[in-house]
Design a protein around this ligand. Structure first.
Ligand code: PLP
Length: 397
């Protein structure tokens, strides 16, 4: 998964081009930068790669979710539906924009359960945020059909799935907007960074203005630019843009390598008694950052992972993970915040209430789920060792 494994001369050269000119800011300095606009170029190249019309680069994947929601006009009084298995960033951004997150169960795809989505739509729902977890598509066709039927925009949190597609179309291009993360452990990494993509020019314009204090980016010199609304600073810097451009060129090979490593391990895990794999709505479009499977009971998952660990091949046990799983977000359930007045949990007319046992299906699935992150640097020998670890663990069950 992590593009940092393949950092090399291409990234060094791209960063050096920026350093030689000494322009770190993505805007202005037209003379000094001698035609080098790395962030702008990255936006165009990434959008083209995904098939979207526009890309707006930002400082992180968390910022990307918030900037997209801002462009969609989401704010206080609105509900935003997302899923109970995602990184905390998704709902942090929803809370930070002033909206209320409403969580759905996930199904065997480990992504939003469309049936539960339908049951959670209310007259306050302003946006639906499915998350393409661990590199692979949610049931985005079903989710879009439900959203369209109800006239609600979709913002796909594609932070974990650059390079992933559904039926030949890149993830993040189905909804009104899509957000990406290029943080230190993502397939395409800039160290930190994010992107918002869309086909809608007006939404792109709003995102682009919001992430830069509202600057309207008219060609009148930065100090003379106007503004339509208040924004914030979520800008990407030139060094990140340089990294992104170099990494984007490697993305197809990274995905191909991940797919080949994943296929070898899937074969080994398929021999585990009682195993079933995560459902993939379109396996051909899986960016293959993780191999995820379900054991037939939580006890079997704990035991099998113990045996894998003893043999040097421990998996991620989602049943106890505290950063991605709704049942373990104790700070959300407690409404814990640094704000003395309780914001964002305490609002003028309501106090938000999230209970740890609200999503029993998600809790049940995650308690049986194990995943390996697929690394780029694995060689034949390492894959053989992991296969042997699986065989020994099967023997110990
Ligand atoms: C689903 C999801 N959304 C948002 C983010 C936030 O991305 P970043 O770390 O770039 O802020 C992440 C990061 O892992 C993520 O997994």
């Amino acid at each position: 998964m992590p593009g940092f494994e393949w950092l090399g001369e291409q990234e060094q050269e791209a960063v050096a081009e920026v350093m030689e000119r000494g322009v770190l800011f993505r805007y202005e300095f037209d003379q000094q930068r001698q035609g080098i606009y790395k962030v702008r170029e990255f936006e165009e190249a990434f959008a083209a790669y995904t098939g979207a019309r526009f890309g707006c680069a930002v400082s992180s994947g968390t910022a990307a979710v918030k900037v997209a929601l801002a462009a969609l006009g989401v704010g206080q009084g609105d509900e935003v539906i997302t899923q109970g298995f995602t990184f905390v960033a998704t709902w942090e951004a929803i809370l930070d924009i002033g909206a209320t997150p409403v969580f759905t169960e996930v199904d065997e795809t480990l992504c939003m359960d469309p049936a539960d989505l339908e049951s959670k739509i209310s007259d306050k729902t302003a946006c639906i945020v499915p998350v393409h977890m661990m590199g692979a598509a949610a049931k985005i066709d079903e989710i879009m059909a439900i959203a369209d039927k109800n006239g609600i925009p979709v913002m796909e949190d594609t932070a974990q799935a650059a390079g992933g597609s559904f039926q030949g179309r890149h993830l993040g291009t189905f909804g009104a907007m899509g957000s990406f993360s290029f943080d230190a452990v993502k397939t395409l990494t800039c160290g930190e960074g994010g992107m918002v993509i869309t086909n809608d020019e007006a939404l792109h314009q709003s995102a682009s203005e919001y992430q830069d204090h509202g600057h309207d980016h008219k060609p009148v010199g930065r100090g003379n630019e106007g503004r339509r609304f208040i924004g914030f600073n979520y800008r990407m810097m030139e060094l990140q843009g340089a990294m992104g451009l170099a990494q984007l060129k490697k993305l197809p090979d990274m995905v191909a390598t991940q797919r080949s490593h994943k296929a070898a391990l899937k074969e080994a895990v398929s021999r585990v008694p009682g195993v079933s794999f995560r459902e993939l709505p379109d396996e051909a479009g899986d960016s293959a950052t993780f191999l995820s499977w379900f054991m037939d009971s939580p006890e079997a998952a704990v035991k099998f992972n113990g045996l894998l660990s003893e043999n040097g091949a421990g998996a991620v046990p989602w049943g106890v993970n505290t950063w991605h799983a709704y049942p373990h977000w104790e700070h959300l359930h407690a409404g814990a915040t640094v704000a003395k007045g309780g914001w964002p949990f305490v609002r003028p007319e309501e106090t938000l209430d999230f209970q740890p046992d609200d999503l029993p299906r998600t809790a049940g699935l995650l308690s049986r789920c194990l995943s390996w992150q697929i690394m780029l640097g694995w060689d034949e020998e390492h894959l053989k060792q992991m296969t042997e670890a699986v065989n020994r663990a099967i023997g110990g069950m």
